[in-house]
Design a protein around this ligand. Structure first.
Ligand code: GRF
Length: 207
C-alpha cells in the first residue's frame, strides 16, 4: 500500500473522494496525513472524524520560507506521493526539489488557459464564464516551481455551453474532477511513464 499526504485548504471533496475510492474500495493507498494552511478548513473535521492525522501549518507563522519548508518536510515524512487538492498556498521550492515527480495537483480548467497566480477556486470558473468559453475542463499535472505549470498528466474537456453561471460551471467540472483524480493518482503510483521534455509519456496507463 502506498502512502500519500493530502494538502487541502477547503471543503476537501477531492480528498474524500480519493479516500473512498483508493483507500476504502481499492485498498491501494493510505492517506497518512492531511495538511492545511486554514485552521477552519472543513476537511479537518472530516479527517479528524475518521482518524486521519491532520496538521495545520500556517505559512505566515514562520519567519522564513526555509523554516516553513523544514517544518513541512518533517510533517510530510516518507511518502510515495503528495496530493494537492484545493491547497491555496504555493509549495516551497525545497519541497518541490525533494519530491521530484511526486507532487500532483488538480486544476479546474484546461491549462494553460485560466491558470497561474490568482486563478483558484471560484475565480477560475468566474473567469471562464466571463470569457464566454463553451468548454472548460480539468488538468491534472505534476507540481513545479510555478503555479499551475508542471508537466501535464491528464486533461479532460467539459462541455459548459449550457451553464448559466460560474457556479454551474464549477458543478459540472467538479463531477469530472471526482471521476478522474483518483484514477490518475492510481496511474502515477502503479502505472509507468517517462518524461520527454515536459511531455508525460505514459507506458502503462488505464482508466
Ligand atoms: C477543486 O476545484 C480543485 O480543482 C481546485 O480546488 C478545488 C478544491 O475542491 N484545485 P475540494 O476542496 O476538493 O472540494
Amino acid at each position: 500500500m502506498k502512502k500519500i499526504v493530502v494538502f487541502a485548504s477547503g471543503r476537501g471533496s477531492n480528498c474524500r473522494n480519493i479516500y473512498q475510492k483508493l483507500q476504502i474500495e481499492k485498498k491501494l493507498v493510505q492517506i497518512v496525513n492531511v495538511i492545511t494552511d486554514r485552521p477552519n478548513a472543513a476537511i479537518l473535521d472530516w479527517a479528524k472524524e475518521i482518524g486521519i492525522p491532520t496538521n495545520v501549518i500556517l505559512p505566515r507563522s514562520f519567519d522564513s520560507e526555509d523554516s516553513f519548508s523544514n517544518t513541512l518536510l518533517k510533517v510530510i515524512g516518507e511518502v510515495d506521493l503528495i496530493v494537492l487538492a484545493g491547497y491555496l498556498k504555493k509549495i516551497p521550492s525545497i519541497i518541490v526539489e525533494k519530491f521530484p515527480l511526486k507532487i500532483v495537483n488538480i486544476h479546474p480548467a484546461l491549462l494553460p488557459a485560466f491558470g497561474g497566480k490568482g486563478y483558484y477556486g471560484m475565480r477560475v470558473h468566474q473567469a471562464v464564464y466571463e470569457y464566454g468559453a463553451k468548454v472548460s475542463g480539468i488538468t491534472i499535472h505534476f507540481v513545479d516551481n510555478e503555479y499551475d505549470h508542471g508537466p501535464i498528466l491528464f486533461q479532460k474537456a467539459v462541455d459548459i455551453s449550457h451553464c448559466a453561471s460560474p457556479e454551474e460551471i464549477a458543478q459540472e467540472v467538479l463531477k469530472v474532477e471526482h471521476k478522474y483524480y483518483s484514477k490518475i493518482i492510481e496511474n502515477v503510483l502503479y502505472g509507468k511513464f517517462h518524461l520527454k521534455g515536459r511531455r508525460v509519456i505514459w507506458e502503462k496507463f488505464s482508466l
